[in-house]
Design a binder for this molecule. Structure first.
Ligand code: SF4
Length: 385
């Protein structure tokens, strides 16, 4: 069994899965505030933040899930979803535990809302993870299933190891992160899918306990302030964020503030976590949303979590069907190795490097290394913020 050896300092008395961080500040009342995300958890000794994986230890905030994972899996890159980033390629995907949002409709709540003892049964250091990804033929590694914002230090080290191994790094995030942490996290990323959960502050406040404006800040930062290839996903929840007016407002904002070439994915909700009383999203709702987005001038709009070849096809401005997909399977690929339409030569926005991969829709769980010891239940007091 391999131990994880972080390159970051391990605070005195902590286990090898706990590392120091720089994102905190002392308050006059003796608490320490975590500055990673706008949640701004203010912690007394031993307390954990809302995300559960960051905690007060002495005069700092530590990350307690470095090197620990809920499991590793090779997925199609289209599952993130990213449709303009190394199409057809396999991506080594993993998450840890905890989340800095509290969405009532969470589709990954078993990971995001679990306490780490429940889920963190796998462990791997950054170099081992990158080496395994390369050995398996992956083109990238993805921080997904839960938000890399809360395990930033581990994600950054894994992304650096991936790049050193000739791979790329992908973040799947809600984009609820402060500017300093955001700068560090995305300096190490090559692509991101940002979950834009709705387009009203009321939804963010009541259903996700977060703020829309902070997420929009992150989107503008990524598109205009970095080279990170960025796509957006909106999970449409019947009766909550799927009105024509709200979808139109979201699409108009994207067109005006990000530009029409940023891909947008509308995906289908299934009843989960604290929203089991809401029905699944009808495919007709996804098609309606896509129509609204196309009418708003967005060039690349996709439906997800359903079979819909028309809604999942990438089309060139000349009319050529460049990438025909059915869910995660590519049925036609008419893009050159460097990303040009094979009919008219126009460049397709995105990251293209060689022919399409042939990973297909497979999802392959893998084991990288066993944990060096069995995690013990936390003795920390209840979360606070
Ligand atoms: S939710 Fe986690 S990352 Fe966000 S401020 Fe609280 S402790 Fe920090």
């Amino acid at each position: 069994m391999a131990a994880v050896t972080p390159s970051r300092p391990i605070p005195a008395g902590a286990d090898e899965y706990t590392v120091g961080t720089v994102y905190h500040r002392a308050l006059d009342d003796g608490r320490i505030e975590c500055t990673v995300c706008p949640r701004a958890c203010r912690l007394r000794e031993g307390q954990r933040g809302l995300c559960f994986v960051r905690a007060r230890s002495g005069d700092q905030i530590v990350l307690t899930s470095y090197g620990r994972s809920s499991g590793f899996c090779v997925d199609p890159i289209e599952k993130k979803p990213l449709n303009h980033f190394l199409p057809g390629s396999p991506v080594l995907s993993f998450g840890t535990a905890g989340c800095n949002l509290a969405c009532r409709f969470c589709q990954n709540w078993d990971i995001s809302k679990s306490r780490e003892i429940d889920t963190l049964s796998s462990a791997a250091g950054p170099e081992a993870l990158a080496a395994e990804a390369a050995r398996l033929g992956c083109r990238s590694i993805a921080f997904t299933y839960n938000d890399p914002t809360v395990f930033l230090e581990y994600a950054v080290d894994c992304a650096a190891a991936a790049r050193a191994a000739g791979l790329r790094a992908v973040a799947v995030s809600a984009g609820y992160i402060n500017a300093g942490a955001r700068r560090e996290l995305y300096a190490h990323m090559d692509a991101a899918n940002i979950d834009l959960k709705a387009f009203t502050e009321a939804f963010y406040e009541k259903v996700a306990f977060a703020s829309l404006s902070k997420v929009l800040d992150t989107l503008e930062y990524l598109v205009h302030g970095t080279d990170v290839w960025t796509e957006i996903t909106t999970l449409l929840i019947p009766g909550h964020n799927d009105s024509d007016a709200e979808i139109a407002a979201e699409c108009a904002w994207i067109a005006e503030h990000l530009g029409p070439e940023v891909p947008l994915h509308f995906t289908a909700f299934h009843p989960d976590f604290k929203m089991r009383d809401v029905p699944p999203t009808p495919p007709a709702t996804l098609r309606r949303a896509r129509r609204i987005a196309l009418d708003a001038g967005l060039r690349f709009v996709y439906t997800g979590n359903v079979h819909d070849p028309e809604g999942q096809t990438t089309t060139c401005a000349c009319g050529e069907a460049l990438i025909v997909r059915d869910w995660y399977r590519i049925d036609r690929y008419a893009v050159s190795d460097s990303g040009q339409c094979t009919a008219c030569g126009a460049r397709l926005p995105g990251v293209f490097d060689g022919p399409a991969g042939d990973w297909g829709p497979r999802r392959q769980p893998i084991r990288i290394a066993a944990p060096s010891k069995t995690p013990t239940p936390s003795e920390h007091p209840a979360p606070t913020s």
